[in-house]
Design a protein around this ligand. Structure first.
Ligand SMILES: CC(C)(COP(=O)(O)OP(=O)(O)OC[C@H]1O[C@@H](n2cnc3c(N)ncnc32)[C@H](O)[C@@H]1OP(=O)(O)O)[C@@H](O)C(=O)NCCC(=O)NCCS
Length: 331
């Protein structure tokens, strides 16, 4: 079956023999194949041969730019074949990908991989998706992180398809993790309706009342309009939904998590951890200020790799609530 998949900038479609010239143009570059474990293509005939053999495997897609209609990379889902981890089970899959050097750094492969994850989990009934990258391939690891995969394990001493011994790191996302991530969405400023802001303000207030016992009624009253304004104007607003209702939110500005609140009934279910991981991995938000008295939140941030680098005696409004300034340390 020939499947065509579409994202905002890409079409993912089966490779065709007519693609050989375009494939050779990008796959001859030694910056592409060896780091992924395959040799650079040596001629258009070689690329044609790959299209006729390797690329006829099911769920192997040419990554085609909608703007130019040119195939500029490849992405695919592998089942029992490919360079999969020994830990991979029968109902699991692996995703592999590359894109031509002129197109690096535009988020195109993460766009393709998100689409393939949807294909795996909604159409193909896969229970977990793996991706492996060879030691040092930070760009590939970043793709996996941005798509919600998390580190699973490392295998050393395996022989690559090119014959050399390499260390390979494996990342994974399960169907449950992926489904939970689909409940988390970024909401643009123009989609922040009065009703949504009001629902989020209620989430904030219920969360604050359940966790910020050091705040007085007057403090909450003073903070309410500021919170509403921040929800309307903050650059990045990410909302966690449950049964189509907002149950938590996170605000990000200038690489800093400015706010993270969950409604009381949704605390302790892993939503906060998912939001923080998203902040780090997709938005590069490495900073957060936390009320020192909010020990539960401080503990979660520490657990996820944040460290205190400064303590302020008062909060940003000059109130006597000490603030811990924390920064993510990836090590
Ligand atoms: C890995 C690869 C598919 C990434 O695709 P992409 O569409 O460029 O992905 P992104 O745009 O999200 O970029 C990924 C990271 O690479 C970084 N990057 C882009 N161009 C770069 C360059 N020339 N040098 C170093 N890093 C670069 C980006 O900044 C980004 O990191 P960030 O999110 O922290 O800013 C692509 O680099 C590639 O084809 N590499 C060779 C083949 C390969 O390694 N395949 C994977 C095998 S496991």
């Amino acid at each position: 079956m020939n499947t065509f998949l579409e994202t905002s900038r890409l079409i993912l479609r089966p490779w065709q023999e007519a693609d050989a010239e375009a494939l050779y143009k990008y796959a001859k570059d030694p910056a592409i194949g060896p780091i992924a474990g395959w040799p650079p293509h040596t001629s258009i005939a070689h690329s044609l041969e790959i299209i006729r053999t390797v690329f006829t495997a099911p769920e192997t897609y040419a990554v085609v730019l909608k703007e130019t209609n040119e195939p500029v990379g490849s992405a695919g889902i592998m089942f029992g074949d490919g360079m999969h981890s020994a830990a991979m089970q029968a109902d699991e899959a692996e995703i592999g990908y590359w894109i031509g050097v002129p197109y690096w750094g535009q988020g195109l492969i993460p766009e393709a991989v998100r689409c393939l994850l949807q294909r795996c989990f909604t159409d193909l009934g896969v229970s977990a998706v793996w991706c492996g990258y060879y030691d040092g391939n930070t760009q590939s690891r970043r793709v996996m992180e941005k798509c919600g995969l998390t580190y699973h394990h490392t295998e050393s001493g395996n022989t690559s398809p090119l014959g050399d011994i390499r260390t390979e790191h494996f990342m994974r996302i399960t169907a449950e993790e992926w489904k939970a991530l689909q409940q988390i969405r970024e909401i643009n400023k123009d989609a922040r309706s009065t009703e949504l802001i009001s629902q989020l303000t209620q989430v904030w207030e219920s969360s604050v009342r359940a966790t910020h016992h050091f705040l007085s009624e007057q403090d909450i009253c003073n903070l309410r309009p500021m919170t509403k304004e921040a929800l309307r104007t903050i650059d990045t607003l990410i909302i966690a939904f449950s049964a189509n209702k907002p149950v938590g939110f996170m605000c990000i500005q200038d690489q800093k998590i400015e706010a993270l609140f969950l409604a009381p009934g949704h605390i302790g279910k892993g939503i906060g951890k998912r939001l923080i991981r998203l902040a780090i991995n997709r938005y590069k938000a490495f900073y957060i200020d936390v009320n020192e008295q909010n020990t539960q939140a401080t503990d979660i941030y520490r657990h996820l790799g944040f460290e205190v680098f400064r303590r302020n005696e008062t909060d940003s409004q000059g109130n006597p609530f000490p603030i811990l300034c924390m920064k993510f340390n990836p090590n």
